[in-house]
Ligand binder design. Structure first.
Ligand code: COA
Ligand code: MG
Length: 289
């Protein structure tokens, strides 16, 4: 499975300091589980949360889900210990907060030098510095474990002093630039969280907006957000049918060697064939679970 066609429709944050919440991790249908040691954990519970998260990952049983631990930053008193513990935990990825430059990525890479090769480095994009250096940060994927970004719209709003509106107007340019920078370097990218976890209409509209921007999926804070999120980010039956039609049309002997063909009265190019193949692969992976 490549980084780009792995289904990551839904990524649920869980405070690692809350045992009741952690107990649910294996039964929830999220594609990604993120055990949080950072924003969701009070300072006096940091060490306890770290131990609980590592124990949870080591206990296993997460099936097809990717299991990720979000560390505290290396500029905090907990960051270095978090990274040592996460490196040994068997987690699929460590998610790190508040990176702002390629040098920050290099620091995390160095701190993870002893970790197993398969441990991925995921980062939040949540500082103003990261937004203006998106391309340089993304380019670090070539020489490091960096493989995925998560938009951190709450921290961005705080740093920018921007207001969070239902349409997310202040963030729209950076959401699309972040997707473009991620795609330019083959990094996967997840949209930010929707804080209004009781307002399912607002949630669905925000998830659909994220899909339009090209995000692979969305980060979540509450289990009620998982089902609508999975629905929005799964290829629809119509999309899969159309993708299969495009693939079949290009496979016809009369279309061999052609770059552009006509399918059901529409112009279809080889680039659509590539898109169609991805849709079919992702849909198949989702179906298999
Ligand atoms: N993961 C797993 N289970 C969760 C959950 C989560 N993120 N959030 C809530 N639940 C569980 C609750 O434990 C509760 O379980 P119960 O029915 O067995 O009692 C159930 O879902 C319903 O919870 P609810 O009463 O609707 O919400 P709450 O008031 O308990 O919690 C929040 C609300 C926002 C505090 C909580 O959802 C949360 O902590 N979310 C994650 C925050 C986070 O990680 N932030 C950092 C990233 S932005
Ligand atoms: Mg944050």
């Amino acid at each position: 499975m490549t980084n780009i066609d792995r289904p990551r429709r839904s990524a649920l944050f869980m405070p690692a300091s809350n045992p009741k919440v952690l107990a649910k991790a294996r039964s929830l249908p999220a594609d990604v589980i993120i055990l949080d040691l950072e924003d969701a954990v009070a300072p006096e519970l940091k060490a306890e949360a770290r131990a609980a998260a590592v124990a949870e990952v080591q206990a296993g049983g997460f099936g097809h889900r990717e299991v990720v631990i979000r560390a505290n930053g290396l500029d905090t008193e907990w960051g270095a210990d978090d990274l040592v513990a996460i490196a040994r935990s068997g987690a699929d990825a460590v998610l790190v907060p508040k990176v702002s430059s390629p040098e920050d990525i290099a620091s995390y890479e160095a701190a993870l030098s002893g970790a197993p090769e398969q441990l991925q480095l995921w980062t939040m994009i949540e500082t103003c510095g990261s937004v203006i250096r998106l391309d340089a940060i993304a380019a670090m994927t070539a020489s490091t474990r960096l493989s995925l970004w998560v938009m951190g719209t709450n921290d961005l709003a705080k740093e920018m002093r921007a207001r969070q509106t239902p349409q997310r107007t202040p963030f729209l340019p950076m959401l699309s630039f972040a997707v473009a920078a991620a795609r330019a370097h083959g990094i996967a990218i997840l949209d930010g969280v929707c804080n209004e976890f009781r307002d399912m209409d607002l949630f669905r509209a925000e998830a659909e907006q994220g899909l339009l921007f090209g995000f692979d999926g969305k980060s979540l804070i509450h289990p009620d957000q998982i089902a609508p999120c999975n629905e929005v980010f799964s290829p629809s039956q119509d999309e899969v049918r159309w993708a299969q039609t495009v693939i079949a049309a290009f496979a016809l002997p009369e279309n061999a060697g052609k770059g552009a063909i006509r399918v059901d009265g529409k112009m279809v190019e080889l680039l659509h064939l590539e898109q169609a193949r991805r849709v079919v692969v992702v849909a198949e992976r989702i179906r298999k679970g």
